[in-house]
Design a protein around this ligand. Structure first.
Ligand SMILES: [Zn+2]
Ligand SMILES: [Zn+2]
Ligand SMILES: [Zn+2]
Length: 172
């Protein structure tokens, strides 16, 4: 029997959102998805983990660990770097956020239910990030590496460019 087909990711959530979209909904959706995922896997979404997730989702731009620490300290006086790093590690392991290596920063994942390695489009101007999470790209890399006897542990593809909004305002 064929295994149940994995639901395809909602690509809309991974693309550049409209400039004036209701971002509160993005945050609500991200927290709801995290709660559901943790409940399903028997993991604990502690207060700190949830708060760090919300902070990573402050926008569609990547956020650095120290910026997160500063914000967390406004709320929790004693917050130390390990607090933030442990929360980030948990969120990364769950696939709720991604690390953007070239920027040394983190961004929320719009499709955490779909196991994927990300391909990220990074706008040079507004710094927003959109995810492609295209399985055919990941598979191509995996099979080419495999032919060289190379076992892929993790793939992160970061593509720098200009988003449609920024290109429009440049030509306007
Ligand atoms: Zn949003
Ligand atoms: Zn993702
Ligand atoms: Zn842009």
């Amino acid at each position: 029997m064929m295994p149940a087909k994995q639901s395809s990711p909602d690509f809309k959530k991974s693309q550049f959102p409209a400039k004036n979209h209701d971002h509160g909904r993005c945050i609500d959706d991200a927290v709801a998805a995290a709660e559901a995922l943790c409940a399903r896997k028997g993991l604990r979404l502690t207060k700190i983990r949830r708060r760090v997730l919300e902070m990573v989702w402050q926008g569609h731009n990547p956020v650095g660990a120290y910026e997160l620490l500063d914000r967390l300290r406004d709320e929790h006086k004693g917050a130390a770097p390990p607090t933030v790093y442990r929360a980030l590690e948990f969120l990364l392991d769950c696939g709720l956020i991604h690390r953007i290596e070239s920027l040394n920063a983190y961004v929320g994942c719009g499709t955490p239910d779909h196991l994927h390695s990300g391909q990220f489009l990074i706008c040079r101007h507004c710094k927003r990030i959109a995810e492609l999470s295209d399985d055919t790209i990941s598979e191509t890399i995996r099979s080419r590496a495999d032919r060289l006897g190379f076992a892929v542990q993790r793939q992160t593809i970061e593509i720098l460019g200009d988003c449609a909004d920024c290109r429009r305002s440049q030509t306007a």
